[in-house]
Design a binder for this molecule. Structure first.
Ligand SMILES: C[S@@+](CC[C@H](N)C(=O)[O-])C[C@H]1O[C@@H](n2cnc3c(N)ncnc32)[C@H](O)[C@@H]1O
Length: 210
């Protein structure tokens, strides 16, 4: 059994299933939920040649890896959860060693958004903004942060709940986060609604760009 396969099985043994990887002997493959997200984004994830990518709430790093694999010159994943970042880094090192995927060298993981330096051609922000907003419930603060970290002509691929949504209710943001307040914060961007996410019935997905 390959060491990457052993790592995948060890991770599965933790019972944590959000970003699940599979392994067929050539590297990491997406599990079911990740596949559905990829299907929903379609062609938007095809080619990152020469781009810099920031993946906020990167979890085990699947999409951070994907961007690098698809040509990103730099792909940075950030997650507040040390366990997730440690797993991501273990996968990164093992795949690098075992499969000699040199694009793994363009991947970096961080624990804290304060450590993010620079501007990015793409920011992925999937199923995480409601957590960020809970930490600091101010759209203007976050959208300013995003603006400062987005390259000219950069794009933000955003997936998350708009009200009414059970996630916003569940984490207690129902009274401060309305569709109107979010849209007002987004008004300095051009943005486009792309359609509902496929991995959860209720969530929607938008594409924002400058
Ligand atoms: C529901 S998962 C989504 C993972 C990934 N973005 C995806 O779509 O597959 C949410 C992730 O965001 C992380 N997270 C929560 N609050 C965060 C914050 N303030 N900054 C960065 N990451 C955060 C969690 O630890 C978790 O890994």
């Amino acid at each position: 059994m390959s060491s990457v396969r052993a790592l995948v099985e060890e991770q599965l043994g933790t019972g944590y299933r959000y970003q699940q990887f599979d392994c067929n002997g050539v590297g990491l493959l997406p599990g079911t939920k990740v596949s559905l997200k990829m299907e929903a984004w379609g062609d938007l994830l095809k080619d990152f040649t020469g781009d810099s990518v920031l993946d906020i709430g990167c979890n085990l790093g699947f999409f951070t890896f994907l961007a690098a694999q698809r040509g990103a010159s730099k792909s940075i994943g950030v997650d507040v959860d040390r366990k997730r970042i440690d797993w991501a880094e273990r996968f990164r090192r093992q795949v690098r060693v075992e499969f000699d995927h040199e694009w793994m060298d363009r991947v970096e993981f961080l624990l804290d958004l304060d450590d993010v330096v620079g501007r990015f051609d793409y920011i992925f922000m999937w199923s995480v903004y409601h957590h960020m907003f809970k930490l600091h419930p101010d759209h203007d603060y976050w959208f300013q942060w995003l603006f400062e970290h987005l390259a000219p002509d950069g794009q933000i691929l955003f997936e998350g709940p708009f009200t009414p949504d059970y996630i916003i209710e569940r984490i207690g943001l129902g009274d401060v986060w309305t569709r109107e307040t979010l849209e007002a914060a987004m008004s300095r961007f051009s943005w486009r609604y792309l359609g509902p996410a496929k991995h959860t019935g209720g969530r929607e997905m938008v594409l924002l760009w400058r």
